[in-house]
Design a protein around this ligand. Sequence first.
Ligand code: NAG
Ligand code: NAG
Ligand code: ZN
Length: 491
Amino acid sequence: MNSISVFYLLLWTGVSSFKFEDLAQYVSTHEEDFIETLRKWIAVESDSSDITKRSDLDRMMDMTAEKLRLIGGRVEMIDVGAQALPNGSTIALPKVVTAQFGSDPSKRTVCVYGHVDVQPAKKEDGWATDPYDLTEINGNLYGRGASDNKGPVLAWIHTVEVYKALNIELPVNVKFIIEGMEETGSNGLDEMIVAQKDTFFSDVDYIIISDCVWLSKRPAMTYGTRGNCYFFAEVEGPKKDLHSGVYGGTVIEPMTDLIGILDKLISPSGKILIPGIREAVAPLSDEEWKMYQDIEFDVESYKQEIGVDELMYSNKVDLLTHRWRYPTVSIHGIEGAFSSSGSKTVIPAKVIAKFSIRQVPNMDPAMVEKQVTEYLQSVFAKRKSPNKLNVTMIIGAKPWLADPTHPLFEAGKAAFKRVFDVEPDLIREGGTIPVARTFQDVTGKSIIMLPIGGFDDGLHSQNEKLSRHNYIEGTKLFIAYLHEVSQIKKY
Ligand SMILES: *[C@@H]1O[C@H](CO)[C@@H](O)[C@H](O)[C@H]1NC(C)=O
Ligand SMILES: *[C@@H]1O[C@H](CO)[C@@H](O)[C@H](O)[C@H]1NC(C)=O
Ligand SMILES: [Zn+2]
């Protein structure tokens, strides 16, 4: 037998000997241990938005590194610099943890991205339980970060741990990149990814992100997220606030100007009125329409969840497409406006509107900035107001879109079929996960979002949870997924 035949024989033996039952059994018998580890992680108040919690966050990064080391990973803690504070001083950013398991060039290499920082949470916010004390009620594990994103990160780490514990060779090389600033904008991460493009990322084939949730009870895989362009529009008039009884009727009021131009952004039926925006959007193909038609989504329960009688559209495809693959304008607030209770008769001298436009292919934030600025200036000019308008784009995050027919998604289908015995929905996210776009632009690797969180996990909200079932079966899903990815042919 020549060496090539031996190679294929070995490959074939590897295929036929995927010991899924043994691996899954190990997960089942260690369910309580896995939940205990999650409990320890949830107990760390790793809130990245609160600098007084920075030592907790640093401890969380240390615990993550330690856990990865304990199961045999080659771990590094990468310094990504400092964060500027409003008072001009700086504070060190939490380190980014990277780990590597295996470097066999004949195998595929996947890189799992996740984060272990959390959104703020206080019992007084309306939690039924202590957000930092993992509590199980009716099969749900309640705690801040349970679903976003400590639970899924641990499910991935346990995936590797299970292979190691049973002395079963990992079918692919596995890398991790775990950060601690996701909830506040991933400070330092983009630069780190750029810096490691030709080192850490050079042998990575695929990037896996499990930092989102299913759409319904049916499992799902995510192939796109919207971006976001965030604007400030400032109208400035008199040099100080005025009393409407004294000056009202004589001055041209900044607030009236501002409301006037904001009203020209989007029509009552949801049509964006800024020229060029709708024209840039990729048209909906028949195949795409069909995909949306197949997604499990109940319009009535969606209405109930939000608490409205009527939505912008009445059918499923219109609703989902406008949630995920069309842009929209949202007006968030007006700084400088009177907003307390009571009835103050002020004429604010300067007001700043905050609004954003969700981005989809093929919109380009730089173009959107120009379109919005020019349009608002022209609408404002028609008012012939002596006040000054200043429009600035504060954030310009691009959308991310993958090909849902890529083998990565086929591998996901096979893994879901094996573990959950269903065909997963192919969905997109209306929100923004900027790191996906950065990975795509900088590394050029294919990316999949493979969530295990439930649609009702309440990310960023009170009573965040991850179900025991999703945590444990999700670990089995990742075990099966690594095997499926190892079967993707190199081409
Ligand atoms: C700036 O704020 C931080 C956090 O509140 C504080 O620790 C630091 O001492 C302050 N620095 C200065 C120069 O005031
Ligand atoms: C316009 O607004 C931005 C953001 O608020 C500010 O940084 C900039 O200085 C303003 N420009 C003018 C000319 O007022
Ligand atoms: Zn998250």
